[in-house]
Design a protein around this ligand. Structure first.
Ligand code: FAD
Ligand code: NAP
Length: 337
């Protein structure tokens, strides 16, 4: 295991922020991870876990050890007539796992096609898109407890999944390394088409009885047409979560902004954060090398050599302006380091 010192993380975060880690190493097996953790303890250094780096914003140099997760492997655990349980090592690329499932005609994660990052980060924010969330297919994850170096199993309940949220973003933040994730996939297609423009995309192509692959292809095509590719423009996807507001607040806003889109969610209303940000005029905003993407107001971007702290300050300005105009407090989805 090679330990690199003063190592630039520019190619290990999709914002392409050029902050450095005091120490950096890659782990390819659980024994390498244990070795790295023992070293960190003996040096009394904190550790940061990096998967695909697609949900982090580096705002300062990282003290301690940055561990890049390269644990690989896919294994079928068990199957019945309808359902199959598959365990994916946490360093597997998420989209490759979706393609693996689609290829085997296993249903459940096709709407989550083309989400960047690793399998191990998927439970951290209960990744979601097009009406499907990880929790819908989640069976369990195996984790290494980082203080005692013992393994523990979490089921969906103990992960406390919420909207782009889990226990790993709150009371267990930084306490566990997710080693593997087991998903429950269906052998018969159980397609979710009523979200975004999936139906429209399929109808335009005269696909009346879509397969799992048709849905995955639709999601991939729609995403490619709307979202900036982090290889071309640094970004971490949606920077903010879509806020939920109560009925009284909603009634007040909808009188003032009858065109405001909304989605009823139990007793609350979900308002697309992109609409709020665009309404104020931030969409396409650019200052030096950072800004708000021209096509998607929820995505903050690094055009070239922006600093993470500049992008963070921009996010503060957006939060303040949304709060002043709509009395809604936006919450960041991206992890700030
Ligand atoms: P990283 O950014 O490397 O890490 C994120 C956090 O998880 C960090 O705190 C890290 O320490 C922790 N972590 C990572 N791996 C582990 C592990 N094995 N054990 C413990 N902690 C760990 N998200 C969605 O939900 N839906 C979307 O549709 C979506 N679209 C996106 C589109 C684009 C273009 C981009 C850039 C991002 C998008 N995202 C989306 C956000 C992001 O892809 C997901 O949150 C993804 O799960 C992050 O994975 P990662 O491996 O890159 O995590
Ligand atoms: P979109 O289809 O233009 O829709 C705008 C917003 O409205 C979405 O954020 C979505 O909320 C919500 N929405 C749309 N149809 C809905 C329905 N039928 N019921 C309830 N809510 C609905 O969105 P988009 O920006 O192109 O993104 C498409 C999907 O990919 C969304 O699910 C989005 O979350 C996901 N995505 C996530 C990221 C990320 O980094 N987290 C980045 C890109 C795309 P939800 O976000 O709650 O689904």
């Amino acid at each position: 295991m090679l330990v690199e010192h003063n190592f630039s993380l520019e190619n290990f975060n999709t914002f392409h922020i050029a902050e450095k880690a005091e120490m950096f190493l890659r782990i390819k097996s659980q024994s390498e991870l244990l070795l790295a953790m023992r070293q960190a303890k003996s040096l009394d250094k904190p550790v940061c876990i990096i998967g695909g780096g697609s949900n982090i914003l580096l705002t300062q140099p990282l003290t301690g050890i940055a561990i890049l997760n390269e644990l690989k492997g896919i294994q079928i655990d068990s199957e019945t007539e309808d359902v199959i349980l598959v365990t994916f090592a946490s360093g597997e690329n998420w989209h490759d796992c979706v393609m693996w499932a689609v290829d085997k005609q296993l249903s459940g994660i096709e709407n989550l096609s083309l989400i960047p990052g690793t399998m191990g980060a998927a439970p951290i924010q209960n990744i979601g898109a097009y009406g499907v969330e990880l929790k819908d297919v989640f069976e369990r994850c195996e984790c290494l407890q980082l203080d005692h170096l013992t393994t523990e199993t979490f089921n969906a309940e103990s992960c406390e999944f919420g909207y782009r949220d889990s226990v790993f973003k709150h009371k267990l933040k930084g306490k566990y390394f997710i080693l593997s994730v087991t998903l429950r996939l269906k052998k018969q297609p159980a397609l979710r088409l009523d979200y975004g423009n999936i139906k429209e995309y399929l109808a335009d192509r005269n696909i009346l009885d879509p397969s799992i692959k048709d849905v995955s292809d639709a999601v991939i095509a729609i995403r490619k047409s709307k979202l900036p590719d982090p290889i071309e423009i640094g970004n971490a996807g949606s920077f903010f979560k879509n806020p939920l507001i109560d009925n009284i607040h909603f009634e007040k806003l909808i009188k003032e902004f009858p065109e405001m889109p909304s989605y009823k969610n139990d007793e609350k209303y979900k308002i697309p954060a992109a609409w709020l940000i665009e309404k104020i005029g931030w969409k396409g905003f650019r200052e030096q090398d950072y800004g708000v993407h021209q096509k998607q107001a929820l995505v903050l971007v690094n055009y070239a050599n922006a600093k993470g702290s500049d992008i963070f300050s921009l996010s503060e300005r957006i939060i303040t302006s949304v709060q002043q105009r709509f009395n809604i407090l936006l919450e960041r989805e991206v992890n700030i380091w």
